[in-house]
Ligand binder design. Structure first.
Ligand code: ADP
Length: 474
């Protein structure tokens, strides 16, 4: 079977939403932007159709999802081409993202069959108690541009597995991957009314509609904390259920007793994936004084050798930043740190590879009051601070309103447990720089969000627990 070129297909359109390739600035597609009346009608259709979808057996839904997973993997290269074209990441990373995104479909195809209820020992002889799990109903999702495949499947697959219908608004910058996923879902047998992707040029009124339409029972959002707070306020009107995966400020701690070479590998993987544009990217490096010189020198060596190039170029490791505001924010944070006394061990300026490229950078002499420490950088910049002892490391790491991911390196087993328990984060990796997987619960605490995605817990976000009491049995 030959793979279709989604890019070729989407480039034919002439809608109002223009999609640009961040590596070149070229418009690669003009697609339809849905208006609010159309979206309202699609919500009504989805809500009517959901009952029949929920009434199908779990195995039936699982088989359809399994078919969708297979189609996504059969089209891995074509989808990866699309991801790199609209989001900029190196092609090898895009291939990885498609496989990662597909894994959520596979996982939730399996989990569809395991939404068990329970029986509960009764409080009276003539009564029996049981619980059942039922689909929440019609759901809405809003996704970001940095993982245009995986952020979609992470929401849509559990919703469909649970027996819900779902309307998804993708990011304006990267709607093509979501549309391609929708095409493949339909091909696999997902009824068209049950899953609908609605790109728009202006997200604000759609967020308002999702929160005000009483047919929408659940909204799942991944994006900035600022927008998450807006949606949380708006969702109060109907008490719409919410899952929020918001910003982070991940610490990456290296203790004196760490395996430094392994910490360097982890640092590169954690910090420089997608040019530093992931919500779990290491945002601040906290290095114990005794190993700071060695860690910094080795990291600067590796970072200086990273290949900056368009994602389609062979061997590219750092692609462009997503857009002008994203690029300017990184440049501003670095300039501010440099002006206030930090030093660039490598990088520290825009790259000459193209207008949105930034040099992979390592900053030393960073202080906790610099903006780069408290702000999510979303760029290929590693700011290094030093600390004296374990308690200082924990205090610095927890000194943030965010609580998504944290990383630390140590070979002391007691310290591993102490620090893992002390870090106020939803996810902690010890001696590793990558922790995302469909089998593990992804999510944050504090202002990083509500709810978990992936794992056996991810489907619960789309299920209601009903308590059933049966009485009069005496
Ligand atoms: P980022 O900084 O990653 O672009 P955003 O939170 O701005 O983060 O965007 C994430 C998603 O939220 C995108 O799909 C975007 O269209 C959407 N979005 C932005 N503003 C709003 C809003 N006011 N209401 C609803 N969705 C919004």
């Amino acid at each position: 079977m030959t793979e279709p070129s989604f890019l070729g297909e989407f480039s034919q359109g002439n809608g109002q939403l223009a999609v640009e390739n961040p590596a070149t600035g070229e418009v690669i597609a003009r697609i339809k932007s849905y208006d609010l009346d159309e979206i309202r009608a699609l919500i009504e259709t989805a809500d009517r159709a959901r009952h029949a979808w929920a009434a199908r057996t779990a195995k039936d839904r699982a088989n359809i999802l399994r078919g969708w997973f297979n189609l996504v993997m059969q089209n891995q290269s074509a989808l990866a081409e699309l991801v790199t074209a609209e989001c900029g990441k190196p092609l090898a990373e895009s291939m990885g993202e498609v496989a990662y995104g597909a894994a959520f479909i596979e996982w939730f195809a399996e989990e569809a069959k395991r939404t068990y209820g329970e029986t509960v020992p009764s409080f009276a002889p003539d009564k029996r108690i049981l619980t059942i799990k039922q689909p929440v109903g019609t759901c809405a999702a809003i996704t970001p541009w940095n993982f245009p495949i995986a952020m979609v499947t992470r929401k849509v697959a559990p919703a469909l597995a649970a027996g819900c219908s779902i309307i998804l608004k993708p990011a304006e910058l990267t709607p093509l991957s979501a549309l391609a996923l929708e095409q493949l879902a339909l091909e696999a047998g997902v009824p068209p009314e049950i899953f609908k992707v609605v790109p728009v040029t202006d997200p604000k009124p759609v967020g308002e509609l999702f929160c005000s339409d009483p047919l929408i029972r659940k909204l799942s959002f991944t994006g900035s904390t600022a927008v998450g707070k807006i949606l949380m306020r708006q969702s109060a009107q109907n008490v719409t259920k919410l899952s929020l995966e918001l910003g982070g400020n991940a610490p990456f701690i290296v203790f004196d007793d760490a395996d430094i070479d392994s910490a360097i590998e982890g640092a590169i993987a954690s910090k420089f994936r997608n040019a530093g544009q992931t919500c779990v990217c290491a945002n601040r490096f906290l290095v114990q004084q005794g190993v700071a010189a060695e860690f910094t020198a080795k990291l600067a060596d590796r970072v200086g050798a990273l290949k900056v190039a368009a994602g389609t170029e062979a061997g590219s490791q750092i692609g462009p930043l997503i857009n002008r505001p994203g690029h300017d924010k990184v440049a501003r944070l670095v300039s501010d740190a440099l002006e206030r006394g930090a030093k660039a061990a490598v990088g520290g300026a825009a790259s000459d590879k193209g207008t949105l490229f930034y040099q992979p950078t390592v900053l030393t002499g960073v202080q906790s009051d610099m903006e780069i420490v408290s702000t999510e950088v979303f760029g290929p910049v590693a700011p290094i601070m030093t600390f004296a002892d374990e308690s200082e490391a924990i205090a610095l790491a927890n000194d943030t309103p965010y609580g998504l991911a944290a990383y630390f390196y140590t070979r002391d087993i007691g310290r591993a447990w102490r620090v893992m328990e002390a870090l106020e984060y939803g996810m902690v990796a010890v001696n590793d720089g990558i922790l995302s997987s469909e089998v593990a619960p992804f999510g944050g605490i504090k202002q990083s969000g509500l709810g978990r995605e992936g794992s056996k817990h991810g489907i619960d976000e789309y299920l209601e627990l009903k308590y059933c009491l049966m009485s009069g049995l005496a």
